[in-house]
Ligand binder design. Structure first.
Ligand code: NAP
Length: 447
């Protein structure tokens, strides 16, 4: 693994940084750090890099997945090494990284899902969008977690862009999905699936819908899919309500077209079923203006929507990383502009930093992580006068040997080539490798 010998001007020697997480924030930070002359070792718990771009962005959004090219360029830099297949807290501890590197940057995103905290959430076929998205994107931990898609109707709780992604993937023609890099086992399940209607349930009104209008337009423009509106539609004119009011009203009978129903002012109160989901009880809401935001207030009017799948797309939530400070309410690492604090408003943890969703919570587009990472990296450079004595990060190689199989950037280059080649043979962007074991077999066979 080639390493440049650039000396950082402020440090008088090489500046060594460990980044934990190779998603958008980690890769934008890598790019910014090498520009400033740092040597960067990126640790990633999966065998493949790029986190949310590989496992979160919808497979039919290949244009957004192109950011991977930028991340690959950052990874290719000679001052960068990849240690994939290495999990913080399992294969290496935070203390060990702090021993070896001048600074450690945490960019682990928000891997968990928020909960509705209503009865029935634990039934079969009640799933989080996080898990479902991971499943159709071929995340190694979710390949086997297919939902049953035998019912004609699914309900997605929440009306953000993730909810729109889920509706699109559940309803899109499998022939079209086959042209994407969707995980092959997921494609087989979706192809056999029977979903014809997806209700997106918003607890508030059209003006408060969290999606971007262009995502709904994209959905409505797809062959064989129509968007209709149900429930309350605001009389208060705004660009958003006008846009939504332009869609036809819901007619209860099933139609020949598959459809997405935007249903407003209803909250889920109970998921009903025996062992598996049979329906969702919802409560009608009134909207009440309060100082900070429009609030949904239950009216007591309950309806049951028959359905076979309930997906909660109500936001991601960060999960704790061993030894790294964590705030359970926000699911983030307490920090001040990226400098990690022991607890909110508490003292700093020396030489420990955070960027991306783990820093500011799960909002914003992929590109938002660039400015977020740049802000943290600028502070890391500012703090260079505080770093301790020189430690030799080469010791990482000995430390990890025997603990886990490490996938280097050279390994990833070969796996990437394998995926692209298999994809080209079937006219798709790539055929994804679905587990570390499969990745190891490919590398061992082809070496
Ligand atoms: P989000 O934008 O925060 O939307 C969450 C939705 O869940 C909102 O409609 C929210 O309604 C609702 N919700 C929250 N708690 C609820 C509860 N207890 N009961 C009922 N509804 C509840 O989150 P997201 O969709 O997960 O997206 C995360 C980020 O990724 C966003 O910034 C998004 O733009 C981005 N993203 C972008 C794309 C894209 O550009 N194509 C794709 C995917 C994701 P309230 O407003 O009433 O709270």
């Amino acid at each position: 693994m080639g390493r440049t010998q650039e000396k950082h001007v402020d440090l008088g020697r090489n500046w060594h940084v460990a980044i934990v997480g190779s998603g958008p924030a980690g890769m934008y930070a890598t790019e910014a750090l090498v520009k400033r002359g740092a040597q960067v070792d990126v640790f990633e718990h999966q065998f493949a890099p790029f986190g949310l771009v590989r496992y979160g962005v919808a497979p039919d959004h290949q244009k957004i997945k192109k950011t991977q090219v930028v991340f690959q360029r950052a990874l290719n830099h000679e001052a960068v090494r990849l240690f994939a297949g290495v999990e913080l807290g399992r294969h290496i501890s935070l203390g060990e990284l702090q021993e070896l590197y001048d600074q450690v940057l945490i960019t682990v995103g928000s891997a968990g899902a928020r909960s509705l905290n209503i009865p029935g959430e634990g039934l079969e076929n009640s799933v989080s969008a996080t898990d479902l998205v991971n499943w159709y994107n071929g995340h190694p931990d979710f390949v086997g977690s297919a939902p049953k898609l035998d019912h004609e109707r699914a309900v997605v709780v929440g009306m953000g862009n993730v909810a729109i992604d889920v509706a699109r993937i559940l309803l899109r023609d499998a022939k079209e999905l086959a042209k994407t890099d969707i995980a092959q086992p997921a494609l087989d399940v979706l192809r056999r699936g029977n979903t014809k209607e997806v209700i997106l349930l918003a607890r508030r009104g059209p003006n408060q819908a969290a999606f971007s209008d262009k995502e709904v337009r994209e959905l409505d423009a797809l062959d064989g899919i129509e968007v209709v509106v149900d429930g309350y539609v605001s009389k208060r004119k705004t660009t958003k309500s006008d846009f939504i009011a332009g869609y036809p009203r819901y007619q209860p009978r099933m139609q020949s077209k598959r459809r997405v129903v935007l249903r407003f002012c209803e909250s889920p109160v109970e998921i009903v079923g025996d062992s598996s989901v049979k329906g969702l009880k919802t409560e009608r809401n009134d909207l009440v203006e309060s100082a900070a935001r429009m609030r949904a207030v239950g009216t007591g009017k309950i309806t049951t929507v028959p359905c076979g799948l309930v997906v909660r797309a109500i936001g991601y939530h960060g999960v704790p990383v061993p030894d790294v400070p964590y705030h359970p309410d926000t699911g983030t690492v307490p920090n001040e502009a990226g400098r990690v604090l022991v607890y909110p408003d508490g003292p700093r943890v020396p030489a420990l930093y955070v960027a991306g969703w783990a820093k500011r919570g799960p909002t914003g587009l992929i590109g938002t992580n660039k400015s977020c990472a740049n802000e943290t990296v600028a502070l890391m450079e500012e703090d260079l006068d505080q770093v301790g004595p020189y430690r030799d990060p080469e010791a990482i190689i000995t430390l990890l040997s025997g603990r886990t199989r490490v996938f280097s950037k050279h390994d990833w280059a070969r796996l990437n080539e394998w995926e692209l080649k298999r994809g080209a043979e079937c006219d798709t962007p790539r055929i994804k490798v679905l587990s570390a074991e499969q990745a190891a077999t490919i590398l061992d066979q082809e070496s």
